[in-house]
Design a protein around this ligand. Structure first.
Ligand code: MNH
Length: 459
């Protein structure tokens, strides 16, 4: 049995692998290191050890909820300081995790998407109106604008909040604060282990973040207070669900403070991820015109060219090729490029002993590009997701939404919103890539295409 794992070269005392780490692009860097270090290796920055798993068999093993669970470490620690035991940052054993999970799950089923469909159509039309007014004067800033779309959608579905992203010239102060806290958490992957040095190094960022967090909390607290004051006048949204429902298993209710943290969690988790998916898909479609043409044929089959589409809920599920485009986009660019796991007991994985509770990373980004995907895993080929081709691959290697109990609760919502928006965009515009643009991927907790601009021509 092997007892020592490979680690990056040039390891130093105290600093560990700091020299070979890349705090700006942690997942991309770990994927590159995995190519030479193999399916399981170990990194250490200061005193923080992390076992990185990128081999397909070991990754599938790490996803077994009977032996491994979600680990709250690294960037999630920074998130937890703000969001405490809300869904994303809770330990699975905390009572608020299962209560919130039980209360909210019914709002995220495929059938529940019917309730959100009209809001999604409205917000997508707002994006298109916004682009109609701008496209003639040059390329649009894709990711900024898809993020406006997804923030509007989750703001309205989540707690009846309209950020006026498309109508107001200035970004909403709440939206701006959310963006900054997100970037802050993304930069907090590794911290200097000495508390006062850490505070000193990050002083300005910490002051700004504290102010942002206080502001975000006050906005949401005000909304909750207003709802409590008018209990009979609840719109049909996630906030109302949390305010009025008890956990069906235990009868527990969520506290107002916890509900506030859940709302903020949904705004964060539900917006940059979905917009990143849309942005990468638009980049891939713009650079693969043959695939964009196939999508357009499918879309025109539902809503003839020239018409103003009236998308029905069921239409979204008829767009099977477009759905494969989205699946393939999330294979190549899983917006959550990795997730943390920990052994529930001392155990071994691939013959290596691992201790209960130690930090392990399931490196989705690398697994999604493993040779098991076929001869050219880097190529954009939506038909990989044809059922007959999917059946030829081992199970458990495609996890853009995480795994098991702690998998993404918003998966159906994200997929419905993404397919719908892309369909309407391709119905309306030809995508004209900037010939000089080379895809540049930024990592701020999630992956996103940096500085992506696209020319849009009304069809
Ligand atoms: Mn989402 C968990 C990816 C959209 C709300 N999400 C996760 C995880 C991944 C993920 C990966 C698991 C993280 C971990 O194990 O630490 N999420 C995505 C992607 C998209 C996405 C790729 C879009 C595409 N997520 C959304 C949307 C919402 C949402 C939309 C809300 C409306 N996600 C969550 C929540 C969790 C989560 C809440 C935590 C669930 C839990 O642990 O119980």
């Amino acid at each position: 049995m092997t007892t020592t794992l490979p680690h990056p070269p040039h390891r130093l005392p105290v600093l560990g692998d700091l020299l070979t780490a890349d705090p700006a692009k942690p997942a991309l860097n770990l994927m590159a290191q995995a190519r030479s270090l193999g399916p399981i290796f170990e990194t250490r920055i200061f005193n923080q050890e992390l076992t990185v798993v990128s081999g397909t068999d070991l990754y599938a093993e790490l996803c077994d909820d009977k032996r491994f669970g979600k680990h709250i470490g690294f960037a999630l620690v920074a998130g937890r300081e703000i969001l405490e035991d809300a869904l994303f940052t809770a330990h699975t054993t905390e009572p608020n995790w299962s209560s919130a999970h039980n209360i909210l799950m019914p709002a995220f089923t495929l059938a529940s998407m019917k309730d959100y469909h009209d809001v999604m159509v409205d917000t997508a039309r707002e994006l298109i109106g916004y682009w109609d007014a701008r496209a003639a004067s040059g390329p649009v800033d894709v990711h900024t604008d898809t993020s406006k779309l997804t923030l509007e959608t989750i703001g309205r579905i989540g707690f009846g909040y309209d950020f006026r992203s498309f109508s107001s010239p200035e970004p909403d102060p709440y939206a701006a604060a959310v963006m900054r806290t997100f970037a802050y958490a993304g930069r907090s992957t590794y911290r200097v282990p000495v508390h006062w040095i850490d505070r000193l190094v990050r002083h300005r960022a910490i002051v700004q973040n504290d102010a942002d967090v206080a502001y975000i909390r006050s906005v949401v607290d005000d909304v909750i207070r207003a709802r409590r004051a008018n209990p009979d006048d609840q719109p049909d949204d996630l906030l109302a669900l949390m305010l009025t429902t008890a956990d069906p298993e235990t009868g527990r209710r969520l506290s107002d403070e916890n509900i506030r943290n859940q709302v903020i969690t949904f705004l964060n988790a539900g917006h940059e991820t979905t917009s990143g998916t849309m942005s990468f898909a638009l980049h891939l479609l713009a650079t693969h015109p043959d695939i964009a043409d196939r999508v357009r044929d499918e879309v025109y089959g539902l809503w003839p060219a020239g018409d103003d589409p009236e998308p029905a809920f069921a239409d979204v599920h008829k767009l099977k090729y477009l759905r494969r485009v989205v699946d393939e986009t999330l294979r190549l660019w899983p917006i959550g490029p990795a997730f943390f796991r920990e052994p529930l007991q001392d155990t071994t994985i691939g013959g290596h002993p691992v201790r209960r509770g130690q930090a392990m990373l399931a490196l989705t980004l690398a697994v999604h590009r493993d040779p098991v995907w076929g001869p050219d895993p880097e190529a954009f080929d939506p038909d990989r997701f044809l059922p007959e081709r999917a059946r030829t691959r081992p199970p458990g290697i495609y996890k853009p939404f995480g795994t098991g109990l702690r998998a993404c609760i918003g998966r159906q919502l994200a997929l419905h919103e993404t397919v719908l928006a892309l369909a309407l965009i391709l119905h309306r515009y030809d995508l004209e890539p900037d010939p000089d643009y080379r895809l540049e991927v930024a990592e701020e907790f999630t992956l996103k295409p940096a500085n992506l601009r696209l020319g849009l021509r009304r069809r």
